[in-house]
Design a protein around this ligand. Structure first.
Ligand code: NDP
Length: 402
């Protein structure tokens, strides 16, 4: 009989009107595999209907029945940042933490040191920068995420926001809602994207999906990455490769950011880099808020160096109510939603279940899901991250008041 383990699952709150009792659509498409051939999450079974809200506290990622039937205890909470939060109270004797990047339970070195039984941190999604990876390495934790589960979801959101910025969609929508018909107000910042130079920072799963989706708009496509893409893909998409981000910045009108947050990419987009961009450029950041320096972005929007900024990622999360991006001019930001569509939730809930089944049965977790294992970066982590910590300042999330 396996020993009873405590599992803490930190999720975002239910909708303000309560947990949904019905949905806009009856089903979601059943995908067979990811674009590169990677197989879909494959738990032995699931206890939810794909298409339901699983990422909020009542959705519980569809895990309660499975965890309790396996003889373990499940604590689900959204209270992660208050003093003596439910998360902190239970961390002391927890063995597993499950958290979503949208509402991240920051696993700082301090917290890891207070959790002697902690062995496994699962990201229900992609991007494990909310865990102090250096401390996870030093304390021999396993960190894993559900690689590919929401990469296409994010690519769709990024393309939507590129178009929303360049075409100036959000202000036009607001004129309609407020009863106006203000054509010149609406179009005086509106352009065609056709013919523009559009680049991505990082051509991984999301970056390549964005490039593919932008190709039919007849733009000139650019990218930078630590590893160059195969020549075949470069030719297919007619890509211009830039050996560093400076060269990309100088040669694009629109940049979409798709690298993980790790010490190499923290505050990559600062005053110096943004000043190299063409006046009136656009940035879409659906990767991580901290890849951009908050004040540099605000200043560039105010001065007009940036014509627009969008994306869905902030630092910390939830973003404090007085975060300057909320009120900066010409932004089209959303809260961190791109990777948590109902479609994505079904995949990452199944992926978390698969990881837990492996863990409880002592079977290996798929290599592509691993970020840290056995005291080192592993699997996808070894390819896409560098060791170190990017959680500093996460305590500021306590300033958010709903
Ligand atoms: P991948 O691992 O497929 O791609 C990441 C890419 O980033 C890799 O090609 C990697 O290069 C590249 N990279 C790493 N460091 C650098 C660097 N310093 N400069 C340039 N490129 C770099 O991951 P995904 O595409 O699936 O996801 C990317 C990120 O998007 C996640 O880490 C996460 O932060 C974010 N994300 C956001 C979501 C949201 O809801 N907003 C949801 C899902 C992900 P290489 O491997 O060649 O070294």
């Amino acid at each position: 009989m396996t020993q009873k383990q405590k599992i803490i699952c930190v999720l975002y709150d239910d909708p303000i009107d309560g947990y949904p009792t019905s949905y806009a659509r009856n089903t979601i498409p059943k995908l067979q595999q990811y674009p590169d051939g990677q197989s879909m999450p494959s738990p032995k079974s699931i206890d939810f209907n794909p298409g339901e809200l699983l990422g909020s506290i009542s959705g519980e990622l569809g895990l309660r029945k499975f965890i309790e039937n396996s003889g373990h205890e499940l604590i689900v909470t959204s209270d992660k940042d208050s003093e003596d939060s439910v998360f902190d109270q239970h961390l002391e004797d927890a063995s597993i933490v499950i958290s979503q990047p949208f509402w991240p339970a920051y696993l700082t070195a301090d917290r890891i040191n207070k959790a002697p039984n902690l062995k496994l941190a699962i990201t229900a999604g992609i991007g494990s920068d909310h865990v102090d990876l250096q401390s996870a390495i030093d304390n021999n934790l396993t960190v894993c995420e559900v690689t590919y589960c929401n990469s296409i979801s994010v690519a769709e959101h990024a393309v939507m926001q590129i178009l929303a910025l360049v075409r100036n969609y959000i202000p036009q929508y607001k004129w309609v809602v407020s009863g106006g018909w203000n054509i010149s107000d609406s179009v005086s910042r509106s352009y065609d994207i056709e013919g523009m130079d559009v680049g991505v920072v990082a051509a991984g799963r999301i970056g390549v999906a964005v490039l593919k989706r932008m190709k039919p708009f007849d733009v000139n496509l650019h990218y930078t990455d630590r590893h160059r893409l195969p020549e075949e893909i470069e030719n297919q998409l007619n890509l211009t490769y830039h050996k560093d981000v400076n060269s990309l910045a100088e040669n694009c009108d629109v940049i979409s950011i798709h690298c993980p947050l790790h010490p190499e990419t923290e505050h990559l987009f600062n005053d110096a880099l943004i000043s190299k961009m063409r006046r009136g450029s656009y940035i879409v950041n659906t990767a991580r808020g901290k890849i951009c320096d908050k004040d540099s972005i605000t200043r560039a929007l105010e001065s007009g160096q940036l014509a627009g900024y969008a994306g869905d990622v902030w630092f910390p999360q939830p973003a404090p109510n007085d975060h300057t991006w909320r009120t900066a001019p010409n932004h089209a930001l959303t809260p961190h939603t791109s990777g948590t569509s109902l479609s994505a939730q079904a995949r990452y809930a199944a992926g978390v279940r698969e990881i837990l089944e492996c863990w409880f049965e002592g079977r290996p977790i798929r290599d592509e899901y691993l970020i840290v294992q056995n005291g080192a970066l592993a699997g996808t982590g070894a390819h896409s991250y560098s060791a170190g910590n990017t959680t500093d300042g996460s305590d500021q999330a306590s300033k958010f008041k709903s």
